[in-house]
Design a protein around this ligand. Sequence first.
Ligand SMILES: [Fe+2]
Ligand SMILES: [Fe+2]
Length: 534
Amino acid sequence: MGIENKNIEMGAFLVKKLTEIGIALSAEKNLSRLLEKIVEESRNFSNADAGTLYIMDEDEERLEFAIVQNDTMKIRMGGEAGPITWQPVPLKKEGKPNFSNVSSYVAITGTIVNIPDVYEAEGFDFSGTRAFDGGTGYRSKSMLVIPMKNKGNETIGVLQLINALDTETQKPIPFAPEYVDLVASLASQAAVAITNVRLYRDLERLFESFIETIATAIDEKSPYTAGHIRRVQELTIAIAKKMNEQEEGPFKDFFLNNDELHELRLAAWLHDIGKIVTPENIIDKSTKLEKVFDLANLIDTRYEIFKRDIAIKALEEKLALCKVGALEEMEFIRIGQKALEQYSVLEEEKEFIKTCNKSGEFMDDKKIERLKKIAANKWNYQGTEMPYLTDGEVYNLSIKKGSLTPEERKIIENHSLVTYKMLSKLPFPKKLRHVLKYAAAHHERLDGTGYPFGKKADQLSYPERIIAIADIFEALTAKDRPYKKPMSISTALDVLDSLRKSGHIDGDILDLFIKEKVYAEYADRELDPFQIDC
Ligand SMILES: [Fe+2]
Ligand SMILES: [Fe+2]
């Protein structure tokens, strides 16, 4: 076999190796690991003892140290080991391009620099390299510095390889010229991979920030639910992580990896997205008569009119007596007393209506009957006979429990169906394919009585059940709901326990929630001290 054939074989081998490295790089989605791999692979490829990878900062003003590797010195810095704190290399000095540093020179000019011995090289300032050598006893000799250019031919970083080692003697030798093009090609493949990973990461961040922005907007829609979504998402993850830790019991086979936890977190961020269409006045309805404002104020005013009508009537009667000259004191007193009696009846009625209007007031049949009786009274408004209370007022005041009419409750409940409809329009990537399912099921119940789809236990996975419990616990303990005082943890846990007994929520998750005090950290952060009673 001639030398030429050998060269061809070697060339084919290197190209094959390069292709393999390119494929490996493009498969790496983690930026830190990708950067490490780039330095490792290019060092392997060129048999270099050390290597540094610089990344251009966003303003394109400096090169930041991303990876430093040195086999002889057993140094591994950057990447997964955390950021390097060394001062970046400026691309400009006193307003002029920094050509004295070899890496910045390469970054600015886009050319490759191959130096057999940096101590003998001219044109560049290697004081930094010498200082490193002086401090460590290392001897930097040959150096290959290559710009990393992406598809748009923009330099996004610089790869610096130090001390190519002779395969037999392991002594530093110059980087062979035939390797230079191949390492340059590897560097551009690396640049493309970095650009792709960054693009992917930026898109992912943008998507997540967008979701959080929408969730915040929904929370902000109502001052009474501010922070609900954020808090549900925190509780959800706390529960899931605790379930992950279990090696025994019902969750021993349950495990969500980082991607799956991320998917669950997004689902929790999105669970109430359907509330975007729910009118605020229904979300915030704190009394039975509260529409855009509390209609109870109108009734109050109306009762003031009733009272004035009585006063006027009494005065008219007295005036009539005066006119006919019948100035009997007793009759005057009688008229006054009658007016006072009517006053107190009205006052009592007004107070009764006020009590009925409270969301916490349970309305039994007797109270509803009394309400109807009051409503049937008539008063004169601009010559027309009007009932004391309108049909709508009676309907709202007769709400047996809570502050919502069945129609308003339907509107509120509709939000989970809207969540489903909205999210089903989004083309979630495979990694996030369960977001829709998890997010839309937070009001489903294991016994099938939930909404929007009435799913049953066998259709509800653990992640769906976790969000449901987090949602209820947050709602019960929230400090900012208009229609109720915040519950203490023990009371909230009692309510959750009753929901478990009625077959609504998962008992195993609840047991873990209570036993492991999964809520503890959350409570310290989010609840008032008086609520934290267990
Ligand atoms: Fe909800
Ligand atoms: Fe919710």
